[in-house]
Ligand binder design. Sequence first.
Ligand SMILES: CC(C)(COP(=O)(O)OP(=O)(O)OC[C@H]1O[C@@H](n2cnc3c(N)ncnc32)[C@H](O)[C@@H]1OP(=O)(O)O)[C@@H](O)C(=O)NCCC(=O)NCCS
Length: 180
Amino acid sequence: MSTRCRIRLADLGDLEAFSDHVVRHSAESGKEGSVHFAISRYPARPSVRDSARQRWERAIDEALWGRTFLLLEPGGKVVGHLELRGGRFPSEMHRAVLGMGIERAHTKQGHGARLIEAAIAWAHASTRLTWIDLGVFEHNAPARKLYKRMGFVENGIRQDAFRIDAGIAVTDISMALRLR
Ligand SMILES: CC(C)(COP(=O)(O)OP(=O)(O)OC[C@H]1O[C@@H](n2cnc3c(N)ncnc32)[C@H](O)[C@@H]1OP(=O)(O)O)[C@@H](O)C(=O)NCCC(=O)NCCS
């Protein structure tokens, strides 16, 4: 397992590097042997940056908060991320939704598990979250395997949830991890 990449919580100084990573990573979806994993392959960079800023600036008991863990090469380049996002209503503040992605060159090295471990440790230490939810495309075998290995349990299926890449219908699987 490679441990050269480090993981840390993002701050506002990371917005540009994070946005560059999301744009690079999204473009890999469904290309060169990667499964389709993204709802959009070409997210607009300014919108990635501005919406991340809004989420990161919110307190974690505020609606629509977000906190992001970054996977960084030794030189500081962001090559992966995991984000936890809060919901809209006070009554759902005990849950957060997980989204993550690692650039292809850095997959299959154990970083996915490390990112999830970091997020779970942070959720235990710094939040009162009870559940982490996520959605994963049915055909995304690597992601489903990783989530299952980390303790997430499948609890729902949504057929024809997304139509990506000019019309490919994708089934989405819901999973959840109980933290406490
Ligand atoms: C999903 C992702 C985070 C996994 O992280 P990772 O560190 O690369 O994880 P790995 O590939 O090492 O491990 C995942 C598991 O899938 C397996 N796997 C890898 N490629 C596979 C494939 N094509 N088919 C089936 N299983 C596969 C691995 O053997 C591993 O199994 P294990 O748990 O028995 O060891 C990473 O691949 C990624 O970022 N993919 C693109 C974005 C994405 O899919 N995000 C999730 C959206 S919900």
